[in-house]
Design a protein around this ligand. Structure first.
Ligand SMILES: *Cc1c(COP(=O)(O)O)cnc(C)c1O
Length: 408
């Protein structure tokens, strides 16, 4: 059989296979996804239709909400939410700086200003309530909670915070599909199905919202603001449509929804596996990797199910050369990553907001290293990663100490 693959792609995949690289994240895709895709192709209807609707219903049910709106990405979801909630020029929105850039970008899309908030501590990298309170001004209209690593923000504390100040709460739940309480805190929430998330449709996202009419206006906004979609017009044989609001093309399609339905059915099982691997990591790091902090270790002892365990970040000891650790691990067949460079330190944001200073976030961003975590891994992989990390940290520390001796 001849396989028609793009040569570049084949090369990359072969390279990974040859190196037997343990990746930071890997999509879980198999014969069920292939079959679901074939069914769509054979059916002939590929744009937004019954499967997209089925995915919305199933996702809403999984998260214990009435309904949901599927979109083309979590970034699109955030944009629609901010737009639908009426945020715009003159408004300020509290956001973490320890997040993916899309969180802050979505605030700029609607012409509002992101105000960056500090994290609690390097071993507790969640947005600080005290700093959020300090950053409030008369212009503050909303706060975006990002459930970093899949660890869901404290619902009672943030609701109290927002209620006292009359603020809207928006959840960037990109990391938190399947986590208890994710999507239940805010006025509206955005989930991501990007390729490296806990469930994927390659590209895709989902919106949930408390207010039914808010959700319905976002449903209309995702399809150019049209009063009915092509599938509805096709099935009802009605002719025209009207446009009653400014809309966008943020639709999902049937191919993605078909994959999403298969993924969603496996999400809880995969998240359970992630939880087991995370707790294995925590124990092994504590025993074998002195000086390397694992944030959320305390969390695991208590609020177990309020996390989807999306990533496994660790904080390297001070004065360890992270670049060297990354290189050494890579040479040993272990990919690592950094979640995240602080948004306020990225060139674009630095030039827009030159005076922002968040020392704890900056310290964390400078020392964090994300280790591989995905359901294909087993306990042996965790052991190998931790052993390699311990060696790498030890070696780079030795190099640093050597340099210090030379300098003296
Ligand atoms: C992945 C991610 C996004 C963006 O999701 P897309 O679906 O790729 O648009 C937004 N915020 C966070 C925190 C993310 O991790």
């Amino acid at each position: 059989m001849i396989e028609h693959r793009r040569p570049g792609v084949t090369l990359v995949m072969e390279h990974i296979a040859k190196m037997e690289m343990l990746l930071v994240s890997e999509p879980m895709l198999g014969s069920a996804e292939k079959a679901a895709l074939s069914e769509v192709i054979e059916g002939g209807w590929i744009t937004m239709g019954e499967r997209v609707r089925a995915l919305e219903t199933a996702f809403a049910e999984r998260h214990g909400v009435e309904d949901a709106v599927a979109v083309s990405s979590c970034t699109a979801a955030l944009h629609l939410i901010l737009h639908a909630l009426g945020l715009g020029p003159g408004d300020e929105v509290l956001v973490p700086s320890l997040t993916f850039v899309a969180t802050a970008n979505s605030v700029l899309y609607v012409g509002a200003q992101p105000v960056f908030v500090e994290i609690e501590a390097t071993d507790w990298p969640i947005m600080s309530l005290a700093d959020a309170a300090a950053k409030c001004s008369p212009r503050t209209k909303a706060v975006i909670l990002m459930h970093y690593g899949g660890y869901v923000a404290n619902r009672e504390a943030w609701r109290e915070f927002a209620f006292a100040r009359n603020l809207l709460i928006i959840e960037d739940a990109a990391h938190a599909a399947g986590a208890d309480q994710a999507g239940s805190i805010g006025d509206a929430s955005a989930f991501s199905f990007y390729g490296n998330k806990n469930m994927t449709t390659a590209e895709g996202g989902m919106i949930v919202a408390k207010d039914r009419s808010l959700l319905e206006s976002m449903r209309q906004m995702r399809g150019h603001g049209l009063t009915s979609g092509t599938f509805q017009r096709f099935s009802s044989k009605s002719v025209g449509y009207d446009v009653t609001m400014l809309g966008y093309n943020y639709r999902m399609d049937e191919l993605r929804a078909a994959i999403g339905l298969v993924q969603l059915a496996n999400l809880d099982k995969w998240n359970d596996r992630r939880r087991q691997l995370t707790s294995r990591y925590m124990r092994t790091l504590a025993a074998r990797c002195e000086g390397v902090q694992a944030p959320f270790a305390e969390w695991l002892k208590t609020a177990n199910h309020m996390s989807s365990h999306h990533i496994m970040p660790v904080v390297l000891p001070k004065h360890v050369d992270r670049r060297r650790v990354i290189e050494l691990l890579k040479a040993g067949g272990i990919q690592t990553s950094v979640h995240y460079p602080a948004v306020h330190e990225l060139s674009y944001y630095r030039s827009r907001y030159p005076d922002v200073s968040l020392p704890v976030t900056e310290a964390y961003a400078g020392r964090v290293l994300t280790l591989p975590l995905h359901p294909k891994m087993d306990d042996q992989d965790v052991k190998r990663v931790v052993a390699s990390l311990a060696t790498a940290v030890h070696e780079t520390r030795g190099a640093e100490a050597g340099k210090a001796v030379e300098a003296a």
